[in-house]
Design a protein around this ligand. Structure first.
Ligand code: 6PG
Length: 465
């Protein structure tokens, strides 16, 4: 199956993917709003330059290719994707495929797939993770679309994907929006993992006045053990870096306001819509929001902070264990959200496979994913990751440390929204008798909602006076 490849959007990700494709022997036509970006790419492509063809309009891009065509979009999610599709559609032939490799909302991908298919065209929604370096040397890719379109393009994706011990980190996960949904939840987990790491940094910085360099060494050590992950590795690097202008640690000159483009928030929105808890991910999303309100925080520190907060210290082994537990719980929430969506949309997601294609190339790649895929490949009690033999033992063996870390942090007024959400969620899901019996009573009093009794079957009302 000979397919002619094109790419629209030669920015950071698009340019890197173009070079990756060229390196694997694919010729491709390129189009970018600002054509000079293509010149720059071709100029630095070296031996690969002859594989890259610059075009100056969408019409020229399509004309430079022979059907069947596959044109990948690496443009910002939202309007630019629709604009590219609308510009392409009149020029394409039946059987041509548009691939959206951006961080699109999976609902948009579902609608776009339907629109393209109604016009005799094909659509793939592909979550691409790994940043510029991943795109250039092997990203992890989560593909949604029809089985047939996937088969047509499988070899291309497998050629450019990250390699994990001989297995390409790409898979066809389900129809239309499935790939983008899985990428969204990947990012939700990414947000949580980053937040947990930032909180631990905060405990050492504000609780113990440790320098970034000292904290870097700790993350560096953790990266040698079971907490090994790309995010831990880059954290150690970030904390060690020195600002050439001031000679200070770079993290000390970076403003504490984090942006977000939507995927973390969508994870939480979809989770809640499907009746799932995403409390750890929500804590991470909420923290970025609070971080953006810098002026308010600066005033509130003067107005609201108590003066005599206790000086505290944290045991490094406790921090490590707390991180271990919170991270597993964040992943567990992410996989529950995937399960709920898979059930709702009939996607039949393969959770072990998802864990496996996240083992290389993507931002959340970590040693933990091996254990997660093993757990999904064995019988999971109640379908719950946290109840697998491996994770149950890990959680039970480390949770006391998480309790100590969170309670010390709370007493010292150091914010730990993700870590505290993690321990609360743990306590809630592991408590056989919760407190919603009282909520049921309240609901029955004000709304006659009824309740079930533990001693007999049926629907009951209280004789409330
Ligand atoms: C990845 C990243 C990448 C990007 C997102 C998240 O998997 O390679 O998740 O897609 O960093 O855009 O960005 P925000 O933090 O800006 O939402």
């Amino acid at each position: 199956y000979q397919i002619s490849l094109g790419l629209i959007g030669v920015g950071t990700m698009g340019g890197a993917l173009a070079l990756n494709l060229a390196e694997h022997g694919y010729d491709l036509s390129l189009y970018n709003l600002d054509p000079r970006t293509i010149d720059v790419l071709i100029a630095r492509a070296g031996d690969l330059a002859p594989r890259l063809q610059k075009t100056e309009s969408v019409t020229e891009l399509v004309a430079s290719m022979t059907p069947p065509r596959a044109i990948m979009l690496l443009v910002p999610a939202g309007g630019p994707v629709d604009a590219s599709i609308d510009a392409l559609m009149p020029h394409l032939d039946p059987g041509d495929t548009i691939i959206d490799g951006g961080n699109s909302d999976f609902r948009d991908t579902q609608a776009r797939t339907a629109k393209l298919e109604a016009a005799g065209l094909q659509y793939l929604g592909v979550g691409v993770s790994g940043g510029e370096d991943g795109a250039r040397h092997g990203p992890s890719m989560m593909v949604g679309g029809s089985q047939q379109v996937w088969q047509n393009l499988q070899s291309v994706f497998e050629a450019i994907a990250a390699d994990f011990e001989g297995t390409p980190c790409v898979a066809h996960l389900g129809p239309d929006g499935a790939g983008h949904f899985v990428k969204t939840v990947h990012n939700g987990i990414e947000y949580a993992d980053m937040q947990i790491i930032a909180e631990i940094y905060g405990l050492l910085r504000d609780g113990e006045a440790q320098s970034p360099g000292q904290i870097s060494l700790l993350f560096g050590r953790w990266n040698q053990g079971d907490l090994n992950s790309y995010l831990v590795e880059i954290t150690a690097g970030a904390l060690a870096a020195i600002d050439p202008e001031t000679g200070k640690p770079v993290v000390d000159v970076i403003v504490d306001q984090a942006g977000q483009k939507g995927t973390g928030r969508w994870t939480v929105i979809e989770a809640i819509r499907m009746g799932q808890s995403a409390s750890i991910i929500e804590a991470a999303v909420g923290s970025r929001v609070v971080s953006s309100e810098r002026a308010v925080r600066q005033m509130a520190e003067r107005v609201l902070r108590e003066q005599d907060m206790p000086v505290v210290g944290f045991d490094e082994d406790d921090l490590e264990a707390a991180f271990r537990v919170a991270r597993v719980l964040a992943y567990a929430q992410g996989f529950r959200i995937l399960k709920a969506a898979s059930d709702e949309f009939g996607w039949g997601l393969d959770f072990a496979k998802i864990a496996e294609i996240w083992r290389a190339g993507c931002i959340i790649r970590s040693a933990l994913l091996d254990d997660i895929s093993d757990a999904f490949r064995s019988e999971l009690p109640q379908g719950r990751l946290v109840l697998s033999d491996h994770f149950a033992a890990l959680l039970k063996g480390n949770v006391a440390a998480l309790r100590r870390v969170v309670s010390t942090a709370v007493l010292a007024g150091i914010p730990v929204p993700a870590l505290s959400s993690a321990v609360s969620w743990y306590d809630e899901i592991s408590k056989a008798r919760g407190t919603t019996n009282l909520i049921q009573a309240q609901r029955d009093i004000f709304g006659a909602h009824g309740f079930r009794r533990s001693d007999k079957d049926g629907d009951f009302h209280g004789l409330w006076s």
